[in-house]
Structures are given as C-alpha cells and as structure tokens.
Design a protein around this ligand. Structure first.
Ligand SMILES: Cc1cc2nc3c(=O)[nH]c(=O)nc-3n(C[C@H](O)[C@H](O)[C@H](O)COP(=O)(O)O)c2cc1C
Length: 191
C-alpha cells in the first residue's frame, strides 16, 4: 500500500481570540476523507520569530534552530493548505513570515489557499496565492473563500459557532482538498 500524502495545514492567525484554529479543525476531516494525512501547523503554537537568519532563505543556509525546525516540518510535507484570515485587505503577517522564512522548500509544493472574511477574504487569497506561486509553489485548485454572514456573529459582535460557518462551504472545501491531495499523490508517485 502506498503512503498517504502528508498535507500540512498552516493556521495563519495567532490572535488569542482568533477563529482560525477552529476553522482549521473543521478542515482536518476533509483532508482525512480525501485519503491524506493531516499535519496541523498552527503558527500560534509554532511561534516562529520574524525572519532573523543571516543568510537569504534562497541559500538554504540556516543557523537558527527555529528556522531549521520550520524547514524540516515543511520538507516533510507532500502538499500544504495556506489558511489565512483577511486583515486590512490582505493576508496575515504571521503567514507571510512563515512563507518568507523559506524559499526553495516551497518550489514544486502543491498548495491550496483557504481564506475567510467578508467577501471570503478574496483579497487575502489573491495575495497569498501570488506569493506562493512567486516562490515556485503550485496551486492545485482555485482558492476556497469562506464568506462571513451577519448571522455568524452574536449580539455582542463576537463570532458565534465556527462549525456551521465552515459547513456552508463543505462542498468547496472537499473539492479543493481533493484536488490538492491528487496533486500531492502525483508528486509522491513521480518522486
Ligand atoms: C487586524 C484586523 C483586520 C481586519 N481586516 C479585515 C478586512 O480587511 N476584511 C475583512 O473582511 N475582514 C477583516 N477583519 C475581520 C477578520 O476577517 C475577522 O476578525 C477574522 O475572524 C479574523 O481571523 P482570526 O479570528 O482567525 O484572527 C479584520 C480583523 C482584524 C483583527
């Protein structure tokens, strides 16, 4: 039996009151159902410092233990989901730093962008997709954009239940993840 592709799920928000981790938890079953092994990469837990390596990431010369560990986590993947909120018309700073901290490691990596916000965080999705492609990442499907509705929020304007919000997009998530896993599996076979 061939190995299941390992799909990383990078959680791009780190705020204490974020919904990002809950959104990620709702995406995990779709990775599993598509026949892949989910690998949670929560940037709030990983706590990657702002890029502080002496050498340019494209050299692959790393001396800081946190960058070395981050590179090893990404090198162990067959594909990656970039999960980002929309902040001020773009994607989050933590996920930009996570991408910028490596370079060649992203080359040829199958990827899927999942964004959320009003209008689905479409600007965030477009931006991060461009950055990923710039570094040689290969987007396997159109971005999955999860759009807030007024009913997602409680009277105090805090976000309500995350599961029903994500469930509205379960078909889009399933299709995107299936395309990503297919691309990752194809890479595994050709490797
Ligand atoms: C700093 C900041 C900027 C935001 N800017 C936007 C925005 O430009 N467009 C949008 O649709 N939502 C925006 N929002 C709303 C976020 O999409 C929403 O709060 C979401 O829950 C953020 O993801 P998180 O909870 O995982 O951090 C912003 C939120 C924050 C905290």
């Amino acid at each position: 039996m061939s190995a299941r592709p390992r799909i990383g799920l990078i959680v791009g928000s780190t705020r204490p009151s974020r919904i990002g981790r809950k959104v990620a938890d709702e995406i995990v079953p779709a990775i599993d159902a598509a026949g892949a092994e989910p690998v949670m990469l929560d940037l709030a837990e990983i706590d990657l410092p702002l890029l502080n390596e002496e050498a340019h990431p494209a050299t692959d010369i790393r001396t800081e233990p946190h960058t070395i560990a981050w590179a090893e986590q990404i090198e162990a993947l067959d594909g990656v989901i970039l999960l980002t909120p929309q902040y001020n018309g773009s994607f989050s700073a933590p996920i930009k730093n996570a991408l910028d901290s490596l370079y060649t490691t992203w080359k040829g990596m199958p990827g899927l962008v999942v964004s959320y916000g009003w209008s689905g965080g479409a600007d965030a999705a477009a931006g991060i997709g461009g950055v990923f492609a710039h570094m040689g990442g290969e987007l396997a499907a159109d971005a999955v954009t999860l759009t807030f509705a007024p009913t997602d929020f409680d009277e105090d304007r805090s976000f309500g239940e995350v599961a029903p919000f994500v469930a509205r997009y379960s078909d889009d998530i399933r299709q995107g993840v299936e395309q990503l896993v297919a691309a990752a599996a194809a890479e595994l076979v050709s490797a």
